[in-house]
Design a protein around this ligand. Structure first.
Ligand code: ADP
Ligand code: MG
Length: 244
């Protein structure tokens, strides 16, 4: 469970997140949605402890252990993240990208863990290629696999559906569902309402630097936030109220 207490984040004079007070579960699939520029990626960076809030505190309770930001606690690699501009080391092959975190952590079972990931994400056809030689969907899977080699308990993923065609999206969704059913907590920022409707256990809507609505998937039946009402109205989905 995350507990956010008066969380705020600024970049220079620009207040990006303000006055966020909430509790967010970390089991199951949490889907984060909202307009572009509303602060979703910033929220994800704070929740992953990669950046610290300028105001307030973020407490994370993860399988009995507590972490606080700001503070010296770092939940990595029990918590890992895949950012929006997914990054693979360009001068290393996909295989070397997968091995490096394990070698850096001096794991004994590098070969086994990497083989498991290649199998899970069906990557045997392209693991020996460099990142600029694989498709967007393959790079996305490789970035996800690399975030998973260290066996995280919680993984935060920023817009994994961006740039993927429908088939790649459904392959990715199958992987995400498998991860979730294996007990890994997932936080996923996405613009895909379809994904939220099918897979979200919890929804967090970010608008204008704050959380405008949150709750279980059922909030989609009677959305109150401007963003959800607008998106669902435009998409012609029952429950949405079109706004001008
Ligand atoms: P979203 O992911 O919802 O599109 P972001 O969290 O990326 O939104 O950005 C929210 C706002 O914060 C935007 O106005 C963006 O320009 C600003 N912002 C994000 N990161 C930085 C940064 N590192 N430095 C300055 N401004 C930033
Ligand atoms: Mg973003």
């Amino acid at each position: 469970m995350y507990t956010l207490n008066k969380v705020g984040k600024q970049y220079g004079a620009n207040s990006v997140l303000a006055h966020i007070n909430c509790k967010i579960p970390v089991d199951g699939v949490v889907v984060v949605m909202g307009p572009s520029g509303s602060g979703k990626s910033t929220l994800l960076r704070l929740l992953s402890f990669v950046e610290r809030p300028d105001e307030g505190t973020i407490d994370l309770k993860l399988n009995g252990d507590s972490f606080r930001s700001p503070g010296n606690d770092r939940p990595w690699p029990r918590v890992t993240c895949v950012f929006q501009k997914q990054f693979l080391w360009p001068h290393l092959t996909v295989l070397q990208n997968l091995r490096l975190p394990l070698e850096a952590a001096r794991h004994q079972d590098v070969d086994e863990r990497v083989a498991k990931m290649i199998d899970l994400f069906e990557m045997s056809g392209f693991v020996n290629r460099f990142p600029n030689e694989v498709s967007g969907g393959q790079a996305q899977r490789a970035a996800l696999a690399r975030a998973l080699v260290l066996d995280p308990e919680l993984i935060l993923i920023d817009e994994p559906h961006g740039g993927l065609d429908l088939e790649q999206q459904s392959v990715l969704n199958r992987h995400l569902v498998d991860l979730s059913s294996s007990g890994i907590g997932l936080f996923i920022v996405t613009h895909s309402l379809d994904f939220a409707q099918v897979y979200a256990d919890h929804l967090v809507i970010v608008e204008d630097g704050t959380i405008s609505e949150m709750g279980p998937r059922e909030i989609l039946e009677h959305p109150t936030s401007l963003y959800l009402r607008r998106s669902m109205g435009v998409a012609g989905v029952a429950g949405g109220t079109p706004l001008n």
